[in-house]
Design a protein around this ligand. Structure first.
Ligand code: MTE
Ligand code: MO
Length: 374
């Protein structure tokens, strides 16, 4: 079957391991979610890193060339090997998160892949700065956006191609990278080999995989995936209301978020998880696409009071830190832990995040429940 072939292609070229347990999210061709318990560490292993592809990968070709043309003085063409020889190598640690992550939690519900929390992860991405490459090509002053084209083709001509653009300032940002390695290993096909775009702090749809074209141009890219999809309402909207496209703007930086990995596995789904009486530890990750994390707080009294959790790892925009919160439970009973984070620009998680018609950027307070017994 086509779907089985797609997954086989995705898994090819990577070491199978005992924890190779992505969750099939449904939809075709391959949308695989990371189990929540992996969000207890700074780096999500590649073997369990979520995958989101509209059409599935093209054939693996590590010699494939990427073209830079359009509003440049000198059009360039390069393979990954040529890139490595021509530009300094950089590594960024960043959260890759689909804008639809958490969609299933919006009320009223919205159509689309019903992700809970598994469409995110943090990895190290190694490659060259897009800025360095664009400077070598010499971008015209009037180029305001850079259009990105992947090698994956829609299943039929009537389906729009996955074409995206980012504003020129974002393209020239030193953290924006053309990556060929992920978590220290060659990029896998599922994650965009041989070359993908990495835009730390911005939603995954900007992180174009299987890059073949980089084109500075005067305007945002045309087409469905830039002008209709991946857009947020300009102002707040009534839950359930329709929003006309001219009242929307591209969904770019993802909002501040914190997720409990354990215990409990999140939400009321933790029923059945049991811990002995005594010290308890709540662990998870927190990040914001707008600013470094300022604080993470946990409540164990149903949201009446919150106390600060300890943070681990380096702070940064679009960079996840691990949080840990310890408390003592002296008698048996049910525990519910609620987490919320704040970033250094003062953005805070809302208990119930703003609804939008595409169900993007859910970042409500997350909770986990478990039983404490002897
Ligand atoms: N060429 C191409 N790039 C793509 C996509 C795609 O379908 N085609 N999907 C995007 C979306 S919506 C997301 S969330 C991320 C997912 O990256 P991952 O599969 O490496 O986790 O890739 C992005 N890049
Ligand atoms: Mo996405």
């Amino acid at each position: 079957m086509l779907q089985a072939t797609g997954v086989a292609a995705l898994l090819r070229g990577k070491v199978a391991s005992a924890d190779d347990t992505l969750i099939r999210q449904g939809g075709s061709p391959q949308n695989l979610a990371t189990p929540i318990e992996y969000f207890d560490r700074l780096i999500t292993p590649t073997s369990v890193f979520f995958v989101r592809s509209h059409f599935g990968p093209p054939a693996l070709d590590r010699t494939r060339k990427t073209v830079i043309d359009g509003m440049v003085k000198t059009p360039l063409t390069f393979s990954v090997d040529e890139l490595k020889r021509s530009f300094p190598e950089v590594t960024v640690t960043a959260v890759l998160q689909c804008s639809g992550n958490g969609r299933s939690l919006h009320r009223p519900t919205v159509p689309g892949l019903q992700w809970t929390h598994g469409a995110m992860g943090q990895a190290t991405f190694t490659g060259v700065r897009l800025k360095d490459v664009l400077e070598k090509a010499g971008v015209d002053k009037d180029a305001m956006h850079v259009r990105m084209v992947g090698a994956d083709a829609p299943p039929k001509p009537s389906v729009p191609a996955f074409i995206r653009s980012i504003p020129i300032e974002r393209a020239m940002d030193p953290t924006t990278v053309l990556a060929y390695r992920m978590n220290g290993e060659e990029l896998t096909l599922g994650h965009g080999a041989p070359l993908r775009l990495v835009v730390p702090g911005w939603a995954g749809d900007h992180w174009v995989k299987w890059l073949v074209g980089i084109h500075p141009q005067p305007k945002e890219a045309d087409g469905f995936y830039m002008q209709v999809a991946y857009r947020m309402p300009i102002g707040p909207v009534e839950p359930g209301a329709a929003v006309s496209p001219d009242r929307t703007k591209p969904a770019t930086a993802f909002p501040v978020k914190s997720i409990i990995a354990r215990p409990g596995g999140g939400g009321a789904g933790g029923a059945g998880v049991k811990r002995p009486i005594g010290p308890q530890e709540v662990v998870g990750i927190a990040f914001s696409g707008h600013a470094p994390i300022q604080s993470v707080e946990v409540s164990i009294d149903d949201g009446k009071t919150f106390a600060p959790a300890k943070l681990e790892g380096e702070a940064g925009i679009g960079r996840a830190q691990v949080f840990r919160f310890r408390f003592d439970k002296k008698e048996a009973g049910h525990v519910k832990a609620i987490v919320r984070a704040k970033d250094k620009k003062g953005n805070e998680q809302l208990e119930t995040p703003l609804w939008n018609p595409s169900g993007y950027f859910w970042n409500g307070w997350h909770s986990a429940e478990w039983e404490v017994g002897s």
